[in-house]
Write a protein that binds this ligand. Structure first.
Ligand code: SF4
Length: 303
């Protein structure tokens, strides 16, 4: 890569990984040949060029932003190519989630019943991690059991703990406004969290708590099989993507969770904290991220 600088080389390497993943998935569907003009158009497009809504898309991760003297951060996870708005193949589960949910997935009942069984039979009055000690109510998830779009947050807060419903406090109201601004109703989508019980004093969930609870999130997503996921905040994005990459480097760029396009963006609580910031920079960035999701669903608006 003789004349390329590090950022350009990283962008090209990321693009190549994304293309490799896309080709592997297409091969899995039995496709033997790509239509040459479409492939040529994708290959010729610069990584950051505007992309048409329904065409095959591959978007490179943004280049690393390192200050002078600081070590360069680890590269962001390879972004997911988003060839079409189409159902992903059934996510491959592993570990505890597989045994917990396989019988439910194969049961032939509808999604609402599958989620109900998961909640009542597999999670039950869960004591698998220490968060159970402080909870009032376990907060499983809410919304359309056939949702095409799923929002995943970090964990319940005080209001959610009282009501047993995710995102019902101030952050929840902001999330509802964000969903409606995208052209959806809150009831159209599904909303859940990485951990189902409230961490004390709204602290971050600890690694052992995430490890204990994540199988339930994997199982929910395996039942729902949405067309796209929005990960709200660092914890949700890093947990689902198995990465330590900062949210500031992933947001706005399609990633992939088990074959499902995933858009990381800021958590509404974080955006609320920034309401004292007159620049509202993060809020604008979050709206820009959601507009990328809207484009996938053909819901672009002139804002
Ligand atoms: S956070 Fe998850 S694993 Fe921990 S007690 Fe609650 S439901 Fe169980």
């Amino acid at each position: 890569m003789g004349d390329l600088d590090d950022d350009q080389a990283l962008a090209i390497a990321t693009l190549a990984r994304g293309l490799q993943g896309a080709l592997a998935r297409l091969e899995d569907t039995g496709l033997q040949h790509l239509p040459r003009p479409a492939f040529a158009a994708v290959a010729a497009r610069p990584p950051h060029a505007a992309m048409p809504a329904r065409a095959a898309r591959v978007r490179a991760a943004p280049p690393a932003r390192a200050s002078a003297g600081e070590p360069a951060p680890a590269p962001a996870p390879a972004p997911a190519p988003v060839p079409t708005l189409a159902p992903a193949p059934a996510p491959a589960l592993s570990g505890p989630a597989a045994s917990a949910v396989t019988s439910i997935l194969e049961s032939g009942i509808d999604n609402a019943q599958k989620l109900e069984r998961l909640r009542l039979e597999d999670i039950g009055e869960c004591t698998r991690c220490k968060l159970h000690r402080g909870r009032s109510r376990l907060v499983f998830g809410v919304g359309n059991p056939n949702a095409a779009l799923v929002f995943v947050g970090e964990g319940p807060g005080a209001d959610e703990d009282r009501q047993g419903i995710p995102f019902v406090g101030q952050a929840g109201k902001l999330l509802t406004r964000m969903i409606e601004a995208m052209g959806f109703a809150r009831d159209d989508v599904y909303i859940c969290n990485v951990v189902k019980c409230r961490p004390p004093s709204n602290r971050d969930p600890e690694p052992d708590e995430v490890e204990a609870c994540e199988p339930f999130l994997q199982a929910q997503l395996a039942v729902l099989r949405p067309l796209a996921i929005v990960a709200l905040g660092r914890h949700a994005a890093q947990t689902l993507l198995r990465t330590k990459t900062p949210i500031t480097r992933m947001r706005g760029t399609w990633q992939e969770y088990r074959g499902i396009p995933l858009m990381p963006t800021y958590h509404p609580s974080y955006l609320l904290r920034e309401e004292v910031d007159p620049s509202k920079k993060r809020k604008r960035e979050a709206w820009s991220d959601l507009q990328v999701v809207m484009k996938l669903f053909g819901k672009e608006r002139a804002h």
